[in-house]
Design a protein around this ligand. Structure first.
Ligand code: MG
Length: 260
């Protein structure tokens, strides 16, 4: 049986070890993709590379076949370009161009335990100043959120640190999609909004494992889902960036399981 505290399944050190193994593969692929992503490749190439790495590790893709609103997700990775926020479907006809922003989200299952992380890359070197700043602030907001993690702190401390970092820099955080607990399922309790009030919400306890994932827009925070049933885009067409890590709450703070 799982020990549940405040509705959240706590993980044992053995379970966290499996999540660390899954997270390591996710982190390594995201690192390797910075060498792979360049003008001329397609978003499907990113998916093929990632799936090959996961299978070589004898693990399984976590997103492939996951149930959505209309049909199961058809790929290993979510690849979202420019105004696409999350859940972009890799496509062999979608060619990356100089200056594009591309967010890659990868989930891996190791012996039934999940790891989940995302990173946004620039394609080539010719990219606008706003795009560079967007990526910088989105990644910073993730780390500002993570830095709040300590037993006794509350989930709202994480959410509010992310929101403050994003908004004081003139960008907006997506409200309709949130981070999540993770473990024997990709999505567990609690939900982790990227906005909120400090000193509110559940208390952080060692053994909780959280996937924190700010989605940051240049313009308004509102998003919509495209006709493919999966791809989420900004309503105003502005650029968006996405960063995510899977993090275990420890006795002294935290451990990022998807960092290598
Ligand atoms: Mg996630």
């Amino acid at each position: 049986m799982f020990l549940k505290k405040q509705g959240v399944k706590l993980k044992t050190p053995i379970e966290i070890e499996k999540m660390r193994n899954a997270g390591k593969v996710v982190g390594e692929i995201l690192n390797d993709l910075s060498e792979i992503i360049r003008p001329g490749i397609t978003t499907k190439d990113i998916d093929i590379f990632s799936e090959k790495c996961i299978r070589l590790s004898k693990m399984k893709p976590a997103f492939l076949g996951i149930i959505g609103r209309s049909y199961p997700f058809p790929a290993t990775t979510c690849v979202s370009v420019n105004n696409e926020v999350v859940h972009g479907i890799p496509n062999s006809l979608k060619v990356l161009e100089y200056g594009d922003l591309v967010s890659v989200d990868i989930g891996v299952v190791c012996e039934g335990y999940y790891g989940d992380a995302a990173k946004t890359y620039v394609v080539g070197s010719c990219v606008s100043e706003t795009a560079v700043r967007l990526i910088k602030i989105a990644e910073l907001s993730l780390h500002e959120g993570i830095s709040q993690i300590l037993p006794g702190k509350k989930l709202g401390d994480v959410s509010s640190a992310i929101q403050r970092t994003v908004e004081t820099n003139g960008f907006s955080v997506v409200r309709d999609f949130v981070g999540h607990g993770i473990g024997v399922s990709l999505h567990e309790e609690p939900q982790i909004p990227n906005f909120g009030e400090a000193n509110t919400g559940i208390k952080l306890i060692p053994g909780m494992v959280l996937a924190i994932e700010p989605m940051v827009n240049v313009g308004d925070y509102q998003v919509c889902t495209e006709s493919d049933g999966w791809t989420v885009t900004t309503k105003d067409g502005s650029l968006s960036a996405h960063f995510e890590h899977t993090i275990a709450v420890t006795e002294n703070g935290y451990e990022i399981l998807t960092k290598v």
